[in-house]
Design a protein around this ligand. Structure first.
Ligand code: PLP
Ligand code: MN
Length: 380
């Protein structure tokens, strides 16, 4: 067991190394190691088609340094994190190159961020002048240098300044202050990852690229060279990678997959279905008393329902219905009996993982490893 933090050391694991799957207490998060390894290899091979473009895997998906280490071993240049807690967990787990693909607000948090730069290469995204000033101050206090990316609103309408002159203004601000280094642009649109039709998804990336190119031009016109452009997730990364504009992509979910990504429609040159489902929530049937339904011990506290209900692996004719915090309702009952194990394919992998303390790695039906989800928690 990799108890990489003391905080985790006293927490009870749901099983022991070497246990058969029948011994794993439920509900638990399982990962099929063969499928995980397949996905790692698939990403390495896929990215070979785009020389000069790196992949920096997103750790928000698993919040687990051990999985980041496997991703780096398979060719990732580093990781992205969405929260400071994830970044701290990654540094503790030995990850040496981290991009906070998000804004970190307030001097207290920025000191934590700058503190990490003592141990690892750290970059962060900004979209406001005050935040740039605070980041420079925190980095100066700690005697470190932090790389900074301007986040561009490339259509997601979340964070990021509008393409063009606003990007230039922030880049110039970064360049004017000490202990921070203008590194490039964050150009990610999360919404388009799940556009079902591959043609529409590709067209949506076209808009991302247009807005990115506009921003690069605004910088270039003022003599600022921008050689680092990062973005793209599991649904679109091949389009960004083949654009000639992006130098890095940030896929996360590919390592686990989920029901939502399974709904993306592919065409021949598409890729999402090339990844295998490796993540499951293991649950137990706790009641069949009603006679027409089976009740599972995994409810909405064991997996996230934000992108729809889970599927029952190996039971395509059975449907999961929300049964509340601790229950799942399966109709029809499909002959399930009390005590039977059911492998649920989560609707949405990232928030599901966040609910669990441990990822149990299985190979050939036996527990091979138990990894702490040490970066878990809300965005702190
Ligand atoms: N990059 C950023 C900034 C993200 O917010 C996310 C996920 O939301 C990703 C990359 C990874 O996306 P996915 O898990 O769909 O591959
Ligand atoms: Mn997601």
């Amino acid at each position: 067991i990799y108890n990489t933090t003391r905080r985790m050391a006293f927490m009870k694991t749901p099983c022991n190394i070497g246990d058969p799957v029948s011994e794993v207490e439920t509900p638990s998060l399982l990962v099929c190691l063969k499928s995980l390894e397949y996905n790692l290899k698939k990403m390495t091979e896929t990215m070979k088609a785009f020389p000069g473009v790196n992949f920096r895997t997103h750790a928000k998906t698993h919040k687990c340094p051990m999985i980041s280490r496997l991703q780096i071993k398979s060719g990732a240049v580093g990781v992205c994190c969405q929260t400071l807690t994830e970044a701290e967990a990654m540094v503790e787990g030995g990850i040496e190159d981290i991009l906070l693909s998000n804004q970190v607000i307030g001097i207290k948090k920025l000191r934590r961020l700058a503190g990490l730069a003592r141990y690892a290469k750290i970059a962060a995204c900004v979209d406001s002048e005050g935040n740039i000033e605070d980041l420079s101050q925190a980095a100066r206090e700690l005697g470190v240098t932090v790389d900074v990316l301007v986040e561009v609103n490339v259509g997601g309408n979340r964070c990021g300044v509008e393409p063009g002159d606003s990007v230039l203004k922030l880049a110039e601000k970064i360049k004017s202050l000490p202990n921070i280094n203008f590194k490039g642009l964050q150009c990610y649109n999360g919404k388009i990852q799940h556009i079902r039709s591959a043609a529409d998804r590709k067209a949506a990336v076209g808009v991302v690229i247009e807005k990115t190119v506009k921003s690069i031009k605004a910088l270039k016109d003022r003599g600022i060279d921008c050689s680092y452009i990062t973005g793209g997730g599991t649904g679109t990364f091949q389009y960004e990678a083949s654009s000639g504009v992006f130098t890095e992509v940030q896929p996360g979910s590919y390592v686990f997959m989920d029901v939502d990504y399974g709904k993306n429609l592919d065409v021949k040159e598409q890729f999402v279905s090339d990844f295998q489902q490796s993540l499951y929530v293991l649950s137990t049937v706790q009641s069949v008393a009603a006679g027409d339904r089976a009740i599972l011990d995994a409810g909405l506290k064991a997996h996230s329902l934000d992108s729809g209900v889970p599927k029952l692996s190996g039971h395509p004719d059975l449907t999961y219905y929300n049964g509340g915090d601790e229950h799942g309702v399966v109709i029809p009952d499909g002959g399930l009996k009390v005590g039977d194990l059911v492998w649920l394919i989560p609707g949405h992998c990232d928030p599901t993982v966040n609910m669990h303390e441990w990822v149990v790695g299985l190979r050939d039906g036996k527990v091979e490893c138990i990894w702490p989800v040490s970066g878990r928690g809300p965005g702190k």
